[in-house]
Design a protein around this ligand. Structure first.
Ligand code: RIB
Length: 337
């Protein structure tokens, strides 16, 4: 039978509320000796706290919420894993929910997490939310708990944010291709996403810096998913390019699938740099160069910022822009144009 606070109180000869105060480390007039006795009895009876009952006493649910756009994308599943680890280290539970990149789900999941009395929310907005930014911003302003935007952030909302410098990440990738002699460089962009737009800007900035005329026929649009990379690959096959900058790993998977079906090889036929650095261990025969967004650092920084808000140690909205890093491997060959 499940042990309750009343069982412990009876054995310790104190009231249930005294037991609850001691087990929740709340201030009380109970002697240290009696506190130790109560905790020992709880241990001997193998008592496990009923979190909901505990939250009624402490007004803390010790729970955070995380809304991610695509749980099947390794970048987001890895981010969720690291945020969950941070929560657990600090004695918190994390409720992870998936918006499937739908604006309506962002709104509904914010309400769902509030209904579960989470103490704070981590949000990576859905792609579609970028197009409904005003409505999402209004919703966020009404939140009754602290929240933080990660990875995909809006400049016109003053709130806690942590993201990577997307334009810089794209710029260093394309500059690397240019420094290796490539002049005809295609881009598989995802410009319907806020960070995808900045990555496209980084591509354009590098080409302009090397005085390469922009051929907009070499810019293809994807949606961060494998299928769009595959379709882009079918078009690139017919273009006169030697290198491709792909703005995320899932599309790179589709692109590689597409060109390998046509017996094209990397880097023999195309030099490739991707973004996220999440899939190279799973690729056979392709040492894929990629822009790394350190998910561990992103999650630790985001947790620290939100936790400070929860503890009311800091109520000033903090913006943290992290630097991505190019991980160069053998998917880029040097050519002499
Ligand atoms: O792969 C998904 C992409 O969208 C990542 O690059 C990440 O930045 C997310 O926003």
């Amino acid at each position: 039978m499940k042990v309750t606070i009343k069982d412990i109180a009876k054995k310790a000869g104190v009231s249930p509320s005294s037991v609850s105060l001691v087990l929740n480390d709340r201030p009380s007039r109970i002697s240290e000796q009696k506190k130790a006795e109560i905790k020992q009895i709880a241990k001997e009876l193998n008592y496990t706290a009923n979190q909901i009952a505990r939250s009624l006493v402490t007004k803390q649910t010790k729970t955070f919420g995380l809304i991610i756009p695509d749980i099947e994308n390794i970048f987001f599943s890895s981010l969720a894993k690291h945020i969950e680890m941070q929560c657990r280290i600090h004695g918190y539970t994390l409720i992870i929910v998936n918006s499937n990149d739908q604006f309506e789900n962002d709104i509904a999941l914010l309400d769902l997490l509030l209904s579960r009395s989470v103490e704070g929310i981590f949000l990576i907005p859905a792609s579609a939310s970028w197009l409904k930014k005003t409505e999402l911003i209004e919703k966020l302003k009404q939140l009754t708990v602290p929240y933080i935007l990660l990875d995909r952030v809006f400049s016109d909302l003053s709130c806690d944010k942590v993201w990577f410098d997307n334009e810089y990440g794209a710029y260093i990738a394309v500059k690397y291709l240019l420094e290796n002699g490539h002049r005809k460089i295609a881009c598989i962009a995802s410009s319907s996403f806020i960070n995808g737009q900045f990555r496209l800007n980084g591509y354009l900035r590098a080409l302009k810096e090397f005085n390469i005329p922009i051929d907009y026929n070499n810019i293809l649009t994807g949606d961060y998913k494998k299928e769009s990379g595959y379709l882009a690959g079918q078009k690139i096959i017919n273009k006169d390019v030697t290198a491709i900058f792909i703005t995320n790993d899932m599309m790179a998977l589709g692109f590689i699938h597409s060109i390998y079906e046509k017996n094209k090889k990397i880097p023999d036929d195309y030099s490739v740099i991707s973004y996220d650095n999440t899939i190279y261990p799973y690729l056979f025969g392709v040492e894929l160069s990629s822009v790394k967004q350190d998910v561990k650092k992103l999650s630790e920084t985001a947790f620290k910022q939100l936790f400070q808000k929860i503890q009311k140690k800091d109520n000033v909205a903090k913006n943290t822009c992290l630097q991505p890093e190019l991980i160069a491997r053998t998917s880029v060959k040097t050519i002499h144009a």
